[in-house]
Design a protein. Structure first.
Length: 284
């Protein structure tokens, strides 16, 4: 990469940091979160919103993300979370007995996660760092977990290479990025906002997707692209996941009505085929 490209990437990375510093991931889309920041009530409300929107990933008994994370399996193992946000996933893993290191690119996210860990008496090592240059030695972790993060960095390929580097042989990476072959991308963004509302007259598809997604950058991938990026791993399996509300391109006020009147099995089918989340489980 030339000096000019490196300069552009550095500028974009600063923009990414600025955006997330100003808009931490609190699942507060309507700005209705009222509990004082850093209190028990604050974290409990943040978690309630996250877990409510992720019921399709819960395990038996409603364990948050239990369909994707075998918590007992990682007890006593070294786990790295890349992009910890407010620390919800790190907290779940720490409660299950994992030796958790949580990292984020912004000072605000690392503060939120440290405050959560102290408040709830959880053993979580928290530090600020860049997914494209992980500050760890080779073969340091048994699991790398990253939920909706590395599609927000300029060089997603480098972030994946770094995950591979810091994993021990046989270690696992669990990664979620946005799915381009989704209803949300093609209908809600490209057709409605791009064609019908004229957005594509003023910007490229990637610019339009960025504008209507969270983050300064929001990259969308298809399955083969993600598999290709993870080519250094010995095995990669992908799944399509989605909240039920994301598979119906109708106004928000109509989504509950549609979901209520459409058979649940059909909604689940759409979510598996054209959902908004592309999830990969890879083994080094």
């Amino acid at each position: 990469m030339g000096a000019s490209q490196e300069k552009d990437v550095s500028w974009l990375k600063r923009e990414v940091v600025r955006w997330w510093q100003e808009n931490p991931m609190l699942y507060d889309w309507q700005r209705t979160l009222r509990a004082p920041v850093g209190t028990r009530e604050f974290y409990e409300e943040v978690d309630a919103r996250l877990w409510a929107g992720a019921r399709f990933m819960h395990g038996p008994g409603g364990t948050p993300f239990g369909a994707l994370i075998d918590y007992e399996r990682w007890r006593g193992k070294r786990v790295l979370e890349v992009g910890c946000g407010s620390g919800a996933h790190a907290a779940q893993l720490a409660r299950a007995g994992a030796a958790v290191t949580a990292m984020d690119i912004t000072g605000r996210a690392t503060w939120l996660t440290k405050q959560r860990s102290e408040l709830f008496d959880l053993r979580v090592e928290v530090l600020q760092g860049d997914a494209e240059r992980l500050p760890f030695t080779d073969r340091s972790f048994d699991l790398v977990w990253s939920w909706g993060v590395i599609h927000h960095t300029p060089r997603t390929d480098r972030a994946i290479q770094e995950m591979h580097r810091v994993l021990r042989p046989g270690g696992e990476a669990c990664v979620m990025v946005y799915h381009r072959s989704s209803v949300a991308y093609w209908i809600s963004i490209m057709l409605v906002r791009g064609v019908m509302l004229g957005g594509l007259l003023h910007g490229s598809p990637s610019e339009l997707a960025n504008h209507y997604s969270d983050g300064r950058i929001a990259r969308f991938f298809v399955r083969q692209e993600l598999v290709d990026l993870m080519k250094d791993f010995s095995a990669v399996k992908t799944r399509i996941l989605s909240q039920p509300t994301d598979v119906y391109p109708v106004p928000h006020r109509l989504k509950p009505f549609v979901i209520h009147h459409v058979p649940e099995r059909f909604t689940a089918f759409l979510a598996r085929r054209w959902g908004v989340f592309l999830y990969a489980h890879a083994v080094k």
